[in-house]
Each structure stands twice: as C-alpha cells, then as structure tokens.
Ligand binder design. Structure first.
Ligand code: ACO
Ligand code: ZN
Length: 162
C-alpha cells in the first residue's frame, strides 16, 4: 500500500453489509446476525458509515440512537448516540480511518439526531481503542464488571456533544 491512498468515508448502504460483516468477524469477537445490521441501517442510517480505500471497504462504524439518563447530568433525560461497533482492517490501521469514521458519526449525531452525548463500551485491555476514544474527547465514566461473554470487564466511555 502506498502512502497516497485515497480514503473515502460515506454512509453505509445495503450492498455494503456483507463486507461490513466480514470485517466485523475478522476484527472483533462480538458478532451480530444480518437482521441486526439491516435494522440499524434502516433506523439509524445517518450514523452508520463505511470507509473505502480504492473502492473496497476497509472499515465501518455502527451507531444507534437511544434515550436515557445523561452520563454527565444525573437525572436529566437525554438523547444519546451509542457507538455499538467500529473496526478497521488490520493493514489499514494507524492512518486516521477510525478517527474519520468517528468524526463523521459525532457530527451526524448532532445535526441529524440532535443527540447531546455519545457513548460506547470497550474492553479494558483494548489500549489502542481507548487511546483513540480519549483523543476524540471521550472519558471513562465507569467500569462494567464481566461485561463480555468471556468475562472481561468493559469501560463505559462517553463524550458530551453540546
Ligand atoms: N496503539 C496505540 N495507539 C493507537 C493504536 C495502537 N495500535 N491505534 C490507534 N491508536 C490511537 C493513536 O493515538 C492514534 O493516533 P496516531 O496514529 O496519530 O498515534 C489514534 O488512536 C487514531 O488512530 P486511527 O488511525 O484513527 O485508528 P485506526 O484507523 O487504526 O483504528 C481501531 C483504530 C478501530 C481501534 C482499530 O485498531 C481496530 O479496528 N481494532 C480492532 C477492532 C476494535 O478493537 N474495535 C473497537 C472495539 S470497541 C467498539 O467497537 C465500541
Ligand atoms: Zn454498546
């Protein structure tokens, strides 16, 4: 791969889903049925992005919109973007692609959905992802004991959008 590769971030469409699922299986232990991906595409298509390099998909981010208690103002009910899954194929990492994907989501959460917070869970051992989220302004809110099926804990990380 040369350093002048062209990265394009665009909203996901139905024809992308097979590639997105393949990247999810390649990169993460948490997998979902086809119906889950399609449902998110239909309901929250403005916060489901793919990254393309030379016309092939190398990464994705899937988000859903929820309403619930604020992580920053207890007792206040807010609209939140829940970043459910993000991955970039191994050979394409450390080139800013996840940063571009998340920036697109954080923007759209505000202007398409009027959400005031974004949040996610991440394995406590996943230093690269934690670093990425911290760089984008996410902070650790709490530790979720044995959050994952294999028993590992998660950090819940959140960011205020407005
Ligand atoms: N080691 C240390 N810091 C890292 C690393 C790493 N391996 N990867 C990213 N970072 C930090 C760095 O600060 C980096 O900036 P820099 O390159 O200027 O130093 C910053 O994050 C931004 O990195 P990007 O290039 O934007 O991230 P990338 O496109 O490489 O994707 C990702 C990061 C998505 C975590 C990728 O490593 C990946 O797909 N991992 C496997 C799947 C995964 O763990 N997904 C997240 C699970 S949690 C969830 O989905 C909600
Ligand atoms: Zn989650």
């Amino acid at each position: 791969m040369n350093s002048a590769m062209h990265i394009r971030i665009r909203p996901a469409s139905e024809k992308d889903i097979d590639y997105v699922i393949a990247i999810n299986i390649e990169c993460l232990p948490e997998h979902y049925p086809l119906s889950f991906w399609l449902e998110h595409l239909n309901k929250y298509g403005d916060v489901f992005y793919v990254a393309e390099v030379d016309d092939s998909i190398v990464g994705y981010v899937l988000t859903r919109i929820e309403e619930g208690e604020s992580f920053f103002d207890p007792n206040k009910k807010v609209k939140k973007g829940h970043i459910v899954s993000i991955a970039v194929r191994e050979g394409f990492r450390r080139r800013g692609i996840a940063t571009y994907l998340l920036s697109a989501v954080l923007g759209a959460l505000g202007y398409s959905y009027d959400a005031s917070e974004a949040y996610l869970e991440v394995r406590v051992s996943n230093a690269p992802a934690i670093k990425l989220y911290e760089k984008l302004g996410f902070v650790i809110i709490k530790r979720l004991e044995e959050y994952y099926l294999d028993g590992e804990d998660a950090y819940l990380m959140a960011k205020k959008l407005k």
